[in-house]
Design a protein around this ligand. Sequence first.
Ligand SMILES: [Zn+2]
Length: 418
Amino acid sequence: MPERNGSQSYHCRFCQSPLRFTFVNLGMSPLCESYVSAEQMHHMEPFYPLHVYVCEQCLLVQLLEYVSPEHIFGGEYAYFSSYSDSWLQHAKAYTEMMIARFGLNHTSHVVEIASNDGYLLQYFVERQIPVLGVEPAVNVAAVAVKKGVPTVVKFLGKNTARTLAGEGKQADLLLGNNVLAHVPDINDFVGGLKILLKPHGVITMEFPHLLRLVQGNQFDTIYHEHFSYLSFLAVEKIFSAHGLTLFDVEEIPTHGGSLRIYARHHEDSSRPVEPRVAALHAQEIQAGMDHLEFYSSFTERVKETKRKLLDFLIRTKRQGKTIVGYGAPGKGNTLLNYCGVRTDFLDYVVDRSTYKQGKFLPGTHIPIFPPEEIQATKPDYVLILPWNLKQEIVSQLAYIREWGGRFVVPIPEVEVFE
Ligand SMILES: [Zn+2]
């Protein structure tokens, strides 16, 4: 098992100040993507702390590096982006928007960091725009290559960026969706972006917005893979320290509310800073995100959400009803482990990913079946764990109403609906 990172562990990953203030402590939890096979069921399973701090100097909210990213993302990784319809639509809409806004064509070069199975770059390939994926998980990268998306199996940092730049692979458009929050050494990563970007190139990064996490009580998006919880104010400081200017930002609905930031070199004055940058600043300051108190009040709300979920589950089981879960996402595992929900409450969960079917959820050991199991067993309640995909799932499972089945979402607090 990887060691704690010595004295680094208790210092801010951006500004190196000592970390003394808790944002939220979710106790001990297993790695949320470590699905358990039938053979592993009777073996020991590693649990790690899920204790999130806020840096009193730069206000970056962060999890210590309890587990190395090589351990989490390297080798085999269970997450295939292409399994969600709405995520694919999001990716396609993004490519069309970027092509139109930045005039990308067959002479451009698009590089995606953490390109997964090529779910996004495939749409640039369709338009004859040269691409390169950078993806650390071998099995996932292999799927991308099979689809015609050239992919190097690497983590991005300054070293990888220098190598790629040396091979003439700098980017006109350099993008990363849900990767900025997933890098433990955020300075090495953003420094790498700077190196890999052409002089007039554009970086876009999407990440869950910390303001939405707090307002929407989305504590289940905290897991070991997710090292930083990002405000616009914090990201602006980090990019600026590496010679990059944020010149635009959009609020987008993915993952319960995300930001898409646009960055360029400080030196590139061809792109003026858009008014949306100042507007988002003002919004975060208005919410109090420039003060420590904003962060320290989160803990109590999380505890109350746990009490409400358990209250619902206990009442429902005492009425003799059946409850199952839909989806086996990382966020479900944080929620179920923190709340101590096992097969005493949920008979099983279903997931469309054939990689997960037949396995068990980490920690709670709830079995994962194909979605057809719901039709076969007709449960009274379906708890939707990936609540960010609620609309999509409710329409897929509309048939549960035939037997009076009802849906439940756990976040921001328990809600039952027909
Ligand atoms: Zn700091």
